[in-house]
Design a protein around this ligand. Structure first.
Ligand code: F6P
Length: 380
């Protein structure tokens, strides 16, 4: 059956978006289908001028698999249910979902491959309830915090970039006998901090899932200085918080997303560490460097596996859902399993225990054995 499908990319960009676009386009074109890209999330469907929706033929996707960003553009302020429409010089959140569904149908599309994180999946799910024919979601985010899948594309490259930064920061920390506090992305999940922190030989890793105590962090640093290891690397996730404390937000709100932006914990922590331990400290915010650049080999492969699986599900089933990696294999899961909440780090996982075993401090006081901790965690 000849199909006509559309692809869009929503939310923050992540390395691997173009590799998915190429894999979806080629897998579909090789089946004789027509493929189109919607620009800037769903915005392209709202534009009256041509150009909001572009044909993705072989030429359009040639040579893009290794490129960062997305040839379609993306936005994390394009929720069609709260779309910022300009009214009397002010942006007013408006529901344009009806227009999106109407335009999608007008263009004769039978299905959408939506590349995004939890926000994009929940939007796609709601649009289906409004009448969008079929959606196959593809899990994207450097944060790795999507429910229902063991991994998202973009994460491995972000971990690689962060690890490289930690390697570089080691030498300057050592040269100046300083504490380097490195703030990394991840929203309310500590995946990037945990994985890059272990890979990059951090002394302290602070993640949202394990609220920390400042005195424990400083003890660890002081103990290193006593052993004449006169520097320390602290990796802190942007969403980490002290025990009994709150997350740290930047001043002011994001005018488009209407909510506060995480950030600032790195500098605050550096000042606190200096105050308590007397060790000179500097902070570095890696920020959007973690999202930019070419995807690594792992993400290029994962992106293509997910993209072509999305087309296979469109071709061979009538189902909608999100392609997900479970126990190493790709499967299709219902959107309901993805929306409503995110997936944090398992605090009793072997990865966390590995970090503890090699002496990395989480700023907490782990009690008992690994097996005790699993039981304590399971009983809440
Ligand atoms: O979800 C990806 C992410 O990079 C988060 O880690 C971070 O908190 C957020 O997006 C930043 O988004 P923005 O593009 O609005 O700066």
């Amino acid at each position: 059956m000849n199909r006509r499908i559309a692809i869009n990319t929503g939310g923050g960009d992540a390395p691997g978006l173009n590799a998915v676009i190429r894999a979806v386009a080629l897998s579909a074109l090789n089946r004789g289908w027509e493929v189109f890209g919607i620009r800037q999330g769903y915005e392209g469907l709202l534009e009256s001028e041509p150009g909001g929706v572009i044909a993705l033929d072989r030429d359009a996707v040639r040579g893009i698999g290794h490129l960062g960003g997305t040839i379609l553009g993306t936005t994390n302020r394009g929720d069609p249910f709260r779309y910022p429409m300009l009214q009397n010089g002010q942006r007013v959140p408006s529901d344009v979902s009806g227009k999106i569904v109407e335009r999608f149908r007008e263009l004769g599309f039978d299905g959408l491959v939506a590349l995004g994180g939890d926000g994009s999946m929940s939007i796609a799910h709601r649009l289906m309830q409004r009448g969008l024919p079929r959606v196959i979601g593809v899990p994207k985010t450097i944060d790795n915090d999507l429910k229902g899948t063991n991994v998202t594309f973009g994460f491995a490259t972000a971990v690689e970039t962060t690890t490289e930064a930690l390697d570089r920061l080691h030498s300057t920390a050592q040269a100046h006998r300083r504490v380097m506090v490195v703030e990394v992305m991840g929203r309310h999940a500590g995946w990037i901090a945990l994985h890059a922190g272990i890979a990059g030989g951090a002394d302290v890793i602070l993640i949202p899932e394990i609220p920390y105590r400042l005195d424990r962090v400083c003890e660890k640093i002081e103990e290193r200085y006593k052993r004449r290891r006169d520097f320390a690397i602290v990796v802190v996730s942007e969403g980490a918080k002290e025990q009994g404390g709150e997350e740290t937000y930047k001043a002011g709100k994001d005018a488009f997303k209407e909510h506060a932006i995480l950030g600032g914990i790195g500098e605050r922590l550096a000042r606190q560490i200096e105050g308590v331990s007397g060790c000179e400290a500097r902070s570095v915010v890696l920020g959007h460097l973690q999202r930019g650049g070419s995807p690594g080999a792992f993400d290029r492969l994962l992106a293509q596996r997910l993209g072509s699986a999305a087309v296979r599900y469109l071709a061979e089933t009538e189902q909608s859902g999100m392609v997900a990696v479970q126990a190493g294999a790709i499967t299709l899961i219902p959107m309901e399993q993805v929306t409503g909440g995110t997936r944090g780090v398992e605090v009793h996982s072997d990865t966390v225990e590995t970090a503890r075993d090699v002496g990395i401090c989480f700023g907490d006081e782990p009690v008992g054995t690994f097996l005790n901790r699993i039981v304590a965690h399971a009983s809440g």
